[in-house]
Design a protein around this ligand. Sequence first.
Ligand code: FIX
Ligand code: ZN
Length: 423
Amino acid sequence: MATLVAHEAKPAAAAGAILSMVEQALQAIPFIDVHTHLFQPSLGSLGLWGIDELITYHYLEAELFRSCPLAPEKYFGLSKREKADLIWRTLFVENAPVSEATRGVVAVLNAFGLPTSSPDLREARGFFEAQDLDAHIDHVLKLAGVSEVVMTNDPLDPAEAPQWQGGAQPDPRFRPVLRLDRILNKWPEHWEAIAAQGYRVDANAGNAAEVRRFLADWCRRMRPVYMAVSLPDTFQFSEDSIRARLLAAAVLPACGEFSIPLSLMIGVRYQVNPRLKLAGDGLGSADLRALERLCADYPENRYLVSVLSRENQHELCVYARKFANLMPFGCWWFLNNPSIVEEITRERLEMLGTSFIPQHSDARVLEQVIYKWRNTRRTLAPILANAYQLLAFDGRVPTREEIERDVTRLFRSNFERTIGVSE
Ligand code: FIX
Ligand code: ZN
């Protein structure tokens, strides 16, 4: 390549400096984890943590059955420990843990100074059993560079709902979310649970006002930062369905009343292999015109949106350019792999600047936030730096303050603004 003329030489020299400023900003700024399946301790034993939970994570269960001939039914008949021992032996001893999910477990063990290639889990179990949960939570969030996590709370979950009704103490490290999958996706199976809580609802969901009253009471009880629902790849809006009717007549008005956004996670093919239980879900690309209708017809509502299929990512970016009330977030589930996160994040930076939320962890086990956020910082540093390096080549070298402001926006204030609280 011809020697760079003066103004081109400067940005090239800046390139290295830019990368380290980006890395430092990513390290220094604590993130808000906008979607997890973690639970505050005051919700009892709902929160999963420790080595046996880490190893029996459904991502690893899916990978187990590719390397172990045991029938899923036999596997699910084992105890938690037996399951963990089998997965450790199969995926970490007999095979190299090179997948994103297995590498994650190695990163967690390493973060606590535990051996990563032991023949068994004895030492790791001893370590986790010795932890005091409250102090452990603080330590884990610090290692992950996360100030608070957003939960997934189901008002119809028979184990969780009584905890809230019994006055579960709030915890500033954990922000509640009202999850509506049972109500919007499985009304026939769950309307009686709402009736049992004292609301006049029926099998046809004819009384949307009562559903709205139910949601309002739960908002007052739980103080959620948003309402959320995962939706199939076949999701349509509007349509002649209980889901569409309740969205329009109960959920969106309640979100408006409490000035909180609705999170839509679109593109799941539920239980494509039910023998794998939680590991049995798949994905499909969705018709995002449903999103177009929601954003256009209900402009007062704000939407946090994540889509599961790679094919839908570009459309989502385009819709976000059309609707300011739409905030794309995360590289969800099967997309949470560095090669795909790179692709999605580059496209979003090119099309949306810094007006999106790059990632969430979706952690189901406490210690997962350590590797999921280390991976994110590691993957995003060169992607973000590249965007600034291109800016430098075009004639403007970014300052450290600008980079820190942008990282804060990406991992904190975009979310804070969307949920209606500014930092
Ligand atoms: O719907 C969701 O919130 C999904 O994230 C989960 O259902 C899924 O099982 C998961 O853990 C993805 O990472
Ligand atoms: Zn999730």
